[in-house]
Ligand binder design. Structure first.
Ligand code: IPM
Ligand code: SF4
Length: 467
């Protein structure tokens, strides 16, 4: 029987199998950020250990950093301490560190791929659930806890149970105006937030094959929001073209050698998945969420599901969720006034997202009732925005660019949405309080965010495109 993409990579990385079936898995890359690494480094130090493979570890602060005045000391003492601690740990152990304002700093899940650190066939971990993003390049990438960060620092291995495999295919061609974020929100709305728990997902099908590399990163990023251990896409010419000549990509003869290996990374025709699911791209509309988890999503023109449509057991929490959002079951969300727009995060903070946003706001003006935070996912994205003149288009439309970081995605810095206010956000989580205490988050792709930013309310971007 053939092998799945997941199995091909997994099997190459198995070091040992314990009597109880637990696998000791070799890890090619460990990424560390400031939130989930301090105790891991402290544990390492307490045991007198050193990182086993320091050259395979990259550290950078991203969660706590301000998006203005990054040249000044961080005001918030807790944030400052976390960032300083990561810098000190990286220094103590001689690890690669991209600190504040370093040209390669940014959100770890944006920086890894764009520098060619993440490559097909790798195993890769980080103390962060959205590590699933890196699977877009055809790698096994997943989030781990802090004690596992410590284990990986010390041994470059991790103890894991082999997850089940699931293939989610999206067949056919997408409609105009539908983005990768819409694919992801659609899939999660159908799967629910627990629908892929225990599985490692491979995305396949015509509509996936026809995505750009950045779109694939968006899709894999959201895998965790349906409970999946990770998500991945078989590498192909799109992947290889993206990786060619990136700073840490192999070069010359090594590139050719890697390419020959990478071309073997696909699921064989007779490979068996534990679960197969098929969706049709033509069914997918621009999406928005109306509730307090990423599975509560719908086409932007639809009405919020009526109470009768909800299982009786779920009605109390459904009502609670809508109450938090200030929405009523059965009503449309289209036309609702909003207060904030956040373009950014490891989901939609890449150059293509800024291009998409700019394409729609070009020649229009930011709505007066909207505060907009446009936060590039990294300095590399920021530089490209300027090189392409996108910043000028944004400025002319009344928008300003901020400095890179996680920012309002989880509001660990000053970028907090005030209580009761609505934010259309291109990030990945709309949990209660995620963007600030009492903040109300509506998840969407960059085009829906742009349409909201210029109209001040929830607007179908296709209506503007037809103006
Ligand atoms: C802070 C970190 C542990 C967390 C995660 O694991 O995802 C964060 O990145 C998030 O998006 O909620
Ligand atoms: S951008 Fe958001 S989702 Fe991504 S790592 Fe940062 S906090 Fe987590």
């Amino acid at each position: 029987m053939g092998k799945t993409l997941f199995e091909k990579i997994w099997e190459k990385h198995v070091v040992d199998t314990l009597p109880d079936g637990t696998i000791q898995l070799y890890i090619d890359r460990l990424y560390c950020h400031e939130v989930t690494s301090p105790q891991a480094f402290a544990g390492l130090k307490a045991r007198g250990l050193k990182p086993f493979r320091p050259e395979q570890i990259t550290c950078m602060p991203d969660h706590n950093i301000p998006t203005l005045n990054q040249d000044k000391p961080i005001d918030d003492p807790v944030s400052k301490n976390q960032v300083d601690t990561l810098e000190q740990n990286a220094k103590d152990f001689n690890l690669t560190y991209y600190g504040l304002q370093h040209p390669k700093n940014g959100i770890i899940h944006v920086v890894g791929p764009e520098n060619g650190l993440t490559q097909p066939g790798m195993t890769l971990v980080c103390g962060d659930s959205h590590t699933s993003t890196h699977g877009a390049l055809g790698a096994i990438a997943f989030g781990i806890g802090t004690s596992e960060v410590e284990m990986t620092l010390a041994t470059q291995c991790i103890m894991q149970r082999k997850p089940k495999t699931m293939r989610i295919s999206i067949d056919g061609k997408r409609k105009p105006g539908v983005t990768a974020k819409d694919f992801a929100l659609y899939v999660i709305s159908k799967m629910t937030t627990g629908g892929a728990t225990g599985y490692f997902v491979e995305y396949a099908g015509e509509a996936i094959r026809n995505t750009t590399m950045e779109e694939r990163l968006t899709i894999c990023n959201l895998s965790i929001e349906m409970g999946a251990r990770g998500g991945m896409i078989a590498p192909d010419d799109v992947t290889f073209a993206y990786l060619k000549d990136r700073e840490f990509s192999p070069r010359g003869e090594a590139w050719e050698k890697s390419l020959a290996e990478w071309r073997k990374l696909y699921s064989d025709a007779d490979a068996r998945f534990d679960k197969e699911i098929v969706f049709h791209a033509g069914d997918i509309e621009p999406m928005i969420t109306y509730g307090t988890n990423p599975g509560m999503g719908m086409g932007i023109r639809e009405n919020i599901p009526a109470m009768e449509k909800i299982d009786e057991a779920g009605r109390i929490s459904y009502k609670k969720s809508l109450d938090y959002m200030g929405f009523t079951a059965g009503e449309p969300v289209l036309g609702k006034k909003i207060d904030y727009v956040f373009l950014g995060s490891c989901t939609n903070g890449r150059i293509e997202d800024f291009r998409a946003f700019a394409s729609l706001v070009k020649g229009r003006r930011k709505a007066d009732n909207v505060t907009a935070w446009l936060v590039p996912g990294s300095w590399m994205v920021e530089r490209q925005i300027r090189a392409e003149g996108i910043d000028k288009i944004l400025n002319e439309a009344g928008f300003e660019l901020r400095q890179p970081g996680c920012s309002a995605c989880l509001a660990m810095n000053e970028d907090k949405v005030p209580v009761g206010k609505y934010a259309v956000s291109t990030s990945n989580r709309n949990f209660e309080g995620r963007q600030g205490p009492g903040a109300r988050t509506i998840l969407a792709g960059p085009l829906v965010a742009a349409a909201a930013a210029v109209t001040g309310c929830i607007t179908d971007p296709r209506d503007l495109a037809e103006d």
